[in-house]
Design a protein around this ligand. Structure first.
Ligand SMILES: Cc1cc2nc3c(=O)[nH]c(=O)nc-3n(C[C@H](O)[C@H](O)[C@H](O)COP(=O)(O)OP(=O)(O)OC[C@H]3O[C@@H](n4cnc5c(N)ncnc54)[C@H](O)[C@@H]3O)c2cc1C
Length: 436
């Protein structure tokens, strides 16, 4: 007997990845319903994203996907095809500078990957680095320490050896607006978004997913259900009963991002770059209003705070000051404000900090999760990958045995989606950090 259905697919979560998947599936003619328990698109962890676009990852696959995504953001309006009454998110492609350190093996592995995928870069001597980014010094303070540790702020005898500049990067002005742009584009193709609608259970029929139950008791039916619930991903997987069949799992990690004024006399908005400073395990990016966002690259000396995504501390802690003090070692003119501003948000972290874009052991149930603080940039491409994956699996492909592949049209490479499998072994090449 045919299964009753209200939609072809239900997507749980309307963050940047969920909205991009809704758009890609709607473009394929699927009748998609996106449900989110929050009041609007991109109000979950996407809203706290630094939204940095950069091509350097620790694996070839990760870098290729990220480099490809640059071109989608460059052609954002053409990609979406419809205007948004709230305006369009803007891509500030100022480029990224990454410090060469012993910890990142002076970026030699990263440069090899860039050569392999044909991504441009320029090596900078210490003098060239300071010329481009005059607010930084090339003293070395590694390894990253906590301010209370002996030796914090004391420079090592050897200075840094320079950096690498990646021109195909930058940041998105407003990650929530970018998600709303995707919502509008998906709606123009027939997708429906329902907000304030919390999924409380996954329906099953005939051995496969058949829809969702909302916390109001309402049943919504579709033969395809996709978990794109961000830091709540493990809760949705448990509802579906698929977690036990996964080798790689996900959990929620609390993170703080500081928002501080640029050093006096320096216009970071016009002259600055995204700057990844492995020497002190901190990254920064320019922010509107001549401010700087300061995030952490998760050094070993910091305690990782795994939390319940429904019950965690949204106030800043001492970590805010720690991150600002760390980067202030390299930017001596940076003031440390007494008032704390920024965001406290969650990463949905997988066991190896590489996402899971996959089917599950429950036919009809899929997942795009474990984005580990580093997948905002990839959302437009991931949406298309997920749409292809679902189409192939629903068409009879045995993805676990014979993985679907996806063509990265701008950079002319093909990636095997088995790389993102829930059944993979932990990838030893990962940075095991937000760097991916
Ligand atoms: C502080 C921070 C900084 C970051 N910086 C960067 C960066 O610079 N560059 C980069 O590429 N990436 C970055 N990221 C990562 C990036 O933002 C995420 O990978 C991305 O936003 C994840 O999008 P998503 O759609 O998967 O999840 P989310 O945006 O979290 O969306 C999931 C949605 O699911 C909904 N949901 C959950 N449970 C239910 C339920 N039961 N029923 C209905 N709805 C539900 C939630 O309400 C939420 O809206 C950062 C992340 C954080 C937190």
């Amino acid at each position: 007997m045919a299964m009753a259905k209200d939609f072809d697919a239900i997507i749980i979560g309307a963050g940047i990845i969920g909205a991009a998947t809704a758009y890609a599936m709607a473009r394929k003619g699927q009748r998609v319903l996106s449900v989110d328990k929050l009041p609007a698109a991109g109000y979950g962890s996407t809203s706290g994203s630094c939204a940095i676009i950069r091509p350097y990852y620790s694996t070839v696959e990760g870098s290729a996907l990220a480099y490809e995504s640059h071109f989608y953001w460059k052609e954002w309006e053409e990609f979406l095809g419809v205007p948004d009454e709230r305006g369009m998110a803007r891509y500030y492609d100022c480029g990224c500078i990454v410090m060469k350190t012993e910890g990142n093996r002076y970026l030699r592995p990263g440069i090899e990957i860039m050569d392999e995928i044909g991504c441009p870069y320029q090596e900078l001597s210490p003098a060239q680095l300071v010329e481009r980014l005059p607010i930084v010094t090339v003293d070395s303070f590694a390894p990253a320490k906590r301010p209370e540790d002996p030796g914090f702020g004391e420079a090592n005898p050897t200075k840094l050896s320079g950096a690498v500049f990646f021109p195909t990067g930058g940041y998105i002005s407003d990650p929530q607006l970018a998600t709303h742009n995707l919502q509008r584009a998906a709606e123009a193709k027939g997708a429906i978004f329902r907000f304030n609608a919390a999924v409380a259970d996954i329906l099953k029929e005939g051995g496969r997913a058949s829809g969702v139950v909302l916390d109001t008791g309402e049943h919504l039916r579709a033969p395809v259900v996709i978990n794109i619930a961000g830091p709540h991903s493990f809760k949705i997987n448990r509802m579906a009963g698929v977690e036990a069949g996964m080798k790689i799992k996900t959990k929620a990690l609390r993170h703080e991002v500081a928002h501080v004024p640029s050093p006096p006399g320096y216009d970071i908005e016009r002259e600055g770059y995204v700057f990844s400073d492995n020497d002190v395990a901190t990254y920064i990016r320019p922010e509107i209003g001549n401010h700087i966002l300061v995030g952490s690259e998760d050094p070993e000396c910091d305690r990782r705070e795994w939390v319940d995504p429904d019950d965690f501390n949204r106030e800043f802690t001492d970590q805010w000051r720690v991150q600002v003090m760390r980067i202030a070692q390299h930017i001596p003119q940076l003031g440390i404000p007494s008032q704390t501003k920024g965001v406290v948000e969650l990463y949905d972290v997988s066991d190896d900090w590489i996402p899971i874009y996959d089917k599950s052991d429950l036919p009809g149930f899929y997942m795009a999760i474990g984005t580990s603080g580093n997948q905002f940039k990839n959302a437009p491409v991931v949406g298309e990958m997920m749409a292809d994956l679902v189409e192939a699996c629903e068409g009879g492909c045995d993805h676990d045995r014979d993985p679907v592949s996806f063509h990265l049209k701008h950079i002319g490479r093909t990636v095997g989606l088995g790389f993102y499998s829930r059944l993979r072994d932990i990838n030893p090449d990962s940075s095991f950090s937000v760097l991916g």
